[in-house]
Design a protein around this ligand. Structure first.
Ligand code: UDP
Ligand code: MG
Length: 323
């Protein structure tokens, strides 16, 4: 790693959906803090098909500040899409992603940038508290995170979309071809040298949260499905369980028959039903397994990601960077 601290352009990606009041505040606050810390930066607002004056607000900011840029979606594509659009626009040597409602404290970006200067390639914002929200929401979030953590084998309960990524990590994410990319999980999945910064979720100053219970459930299902084929394999497990019960019930009805307590012909019907039921379930599970494999292949994720390369005296990874 370089002994000298690296300097570089920092891009800040701000997905914004109906945030006309937050945009000017975000631009002013973030730009002020970064300028104060002497960090060269650009702010990229991604208007995710807002229906209020968000785009106007972004245009006003681009007219007033040279370091602000904006892109606008043709309709609402969701926060994940907005983040990836922002990453694609970013020209920085490193890129931070944060909410434009300032619930992610901008001072922490300076801390993240310092960690990047020390050589870290992925700096993750870790929530120490979830801020104020209703208990139902907290419970739903808990269930979602335990499912997704189980699927990924990484603890995601404190993960957030507040991250700073080195150019290399950004390019890796952009090279992923899957359409249902789940940013906060995928940015951990890619690996690289990772540091963590803790932050408190701030109260929202303007407007309100864009998440309804319906959109949260949809978000949970899409993202669990993007990271795990376990639900498909549940059918196999269910099949096995039904088969076990069938065996017990089968023995029992045979016993009834032998001891002469069964009605004529009834044992055959029960046995056939149990057998066919469990065979069908296991078959569905097997088909599910292959569909799961097809799904994984379709996502076309890379088999591995190189962090660096070296050859003789030359260190490629770092050398490329300084060009
Ligand atoms: N957002 C977005 N598209 C959406 C919903 C939200 O770009 O469809 C943005 C929103 O403008 C904000 C960030 O994602 O900058 C987080 O959204 P919000 O504050 O509503 O979520 P919460 O903080 O309550 O999780
Ligand atoms: Mg918010």
């Amino acid at each position: 790693m370089d002994n000298e601290k690296r300097q570089g352009l920092l891009s800040v990606v701000l997905p914004s959906y109906n945030e006309e009041a937050s945009v000017p505040r975000a631009a002013e606050t973030i730009s002020g803090i970064l300028t104060g810390a002497g960090i060269r930066h650009e702010l990229i607002f991604v208007d995710d098909g807002s229906r209020d004056g968000t785009w106007k607000a972004i245009q006003t900011q681009t007219a007033q500040r040279s370091q602000v840029r904006g892109v606008r979606f043709s309709r609402n594509f969701g926060k994940e899409a907005a983040i990836f659009a922002g990453l694609a626009q970013a020209r920085g040597d490193c890129t931070a992603v944060m909410d434009c409602d300032l619930q992610h404290p901008p001072e922490k970006v300076v801390e993240m940038y310092c960690l990047w200067q020390e050589g870290y390639q992925v700096v993750e914002g870790i929530k120490v508290s979830r801020g104020r929200e209703n208990p139902l929401h907290t419970l739903a979030a808990k269930m979602f995170y335990s499912a997704i953590s189980g699927a990924m084998g990484i603890d995601m309960s404190k993960a957030s979309d507040f991250k700073l990524l080195d150019r290399r990590a950004v390019d890796t994410l952009l090279a992923m071809r899957e359409k249902n990319a789940f940013f906060r999980a995928l940015s951990s999945w890619i690996g690289f040298s990772t540091a963590q910064v803790e932050f408190e979720v701030q109260p929202r100053l303007e407007g309100e949260s864009k998440w309804s219970i319906r959109s949260l459930v949809r978000y949970a299902i899409t993202n669990i499905a993007a990271f795990s084929v376990a639900p498909l394999q549940l059918v196999t497990l269910l099949g096995a369980a039904v088969f076990l019960c069938s065996a017990v019930l089968g023995v029992w009805s045979l016993w009834q028959k032998v001891t002469g307590r069964a009605l004529e012909g009834f044992t055959t019907v029960i046995l056939l039903q149990l057998l066919i039921g469990s065979i069908l379930m296991v078959c569905l599970g097997i088909i599910g397994y292959y569909i799961g494999k097809i799904y994984e292949e379709l996502k076309d994720r890379p088999r591995y990601i190189l962090a660096d390369q070296c050859e003789g005296e030359k260190e490629h990874g770092q050398a490329e960077k300084t060009l």
